[in-house]
Design a protein around this ligand. Sequence first.
Ligand code: NAP
Ligand code: GDD
Length: 350
Amino acid sequence: MTKVALITGITGQDGSYLTELLLSKDYEVHGLIRRSSTFNTDRIDHIYEDPHKIGTQIFLHYGDLNDGGQLSNLIYNIKPDEIYHLAAQSHVRVSFDMPEYTGDITAIGTTRLLEAIRRSGIKTKFYQASSSEMFGDAPPPQNENTLFKPRSPYACAKVYAYWMVRNYREGYNLFACNGILFNHESPRRGETFVTRKITRGIAKILTNKQDKLYLGNLEAKRDWGYAPEYVEAMYLMLQQDSPDDYVIGLGETHSVKEFLEEAFAYVNLDWKDYVKIDERYFRPTEVELLLADSTKARKELKWQPKVNFKDLVKIMVDADMELAGLLPIGEGQKIFKTKGIDWTENRMTK
Ligand code: NAP
Ligand code: GDD
């Protein structure tokens, strides 16, 4: 029997990788997308198929987390076996500018979905995209028993959603899991998150489109992993016999400064020649140190990530170089020389 999944946030970084994973397992995948005046499906265009085509396994539906009626309607009509709830106002800095909106979408949006499931009476499994940001300034390493001390409107909204999921699990016997994921990045990472901002900035510097990179707090430390490996953990959670909450992260922490050092050194540049500090990227309250203890997930889900911090930096720099037209030396491929730097040659010597 083909399993049916509904993904909210299918157009986001994680949604796109999860869709690829589920299609590879022969799922029928339904995704919630927002109406926009420009196309917002870049990350899934390569897997999307015309719904008129016979045998299509991916379907997109308009909706929004602020529209409970449409969420109910979709759940009732699609009758998914599994729901992966990834949609959110996911930017921490932006949540300080838009705390009310963040609460409505990231917190109450989850309640709207949970209520839609409960009222439909449909038996489905539910994944909630909880976040390591919920730990705030709780001392590291952080695991499933660590107290939440949220330090942003985004984190507060996620803590509320986390507890709603637990309440629906306990109160209504819903198979609902919280995946408490630490930062995970990829070439598909949104351009305003710090890792992608850095790797994209390097490509722009090398192609003379930018000569400075403006950043905020370089001292904050994050446990950064590779997104495609993290969506596997989401899938695994919903394949267990009973619902539970799991921390997912590498167990390796690095500062933003270390990311800069690693990424710029990879293309033989010194980050100090390019990076400037701009106060506007600082947050009123910051999460200084995140470090995952994912012992439970490694043991129970057999989740085993392979890409470490250094690999991740290389994957992201390589991808942004390629996007900018800077390709590795090879037959028929372009070689770019910018500012006297031949990135392709530099890379070959690394
Ligand atoms: P992302 O790239 O920012 O994607 C967010 C998705 O949510 C997009 O598809 C977006 O649609 C959709 N969305 C936003 N507001 C919506 C609304 N009002 N109604 C319907 N859809 C809406 O985020 P991500 O990195 O893939 O993260 C996925 C989830 O995991 C998020 O909930 C995030 O908070 C959480 N999380 C992420 C990380 C991480 O490091 N990536 C770690 C822990 C938890 P558009 O494309 O139209 O904007
Ligand atoms: N975005 C951004 N832009 N962050 C910067 C900058 C900058 O110019 N300069 C320094 N930083 C610092 C931030 O202050 C923060 O300490 C760190 O870089 C990481 O910021 P982000 O990449 O924006 O990620 P985040 O950790 O705040 O949030 C991400 O991870 C959470 C999981 O812990 C998001 O993906 C959240 O949705 C997710 O829940």
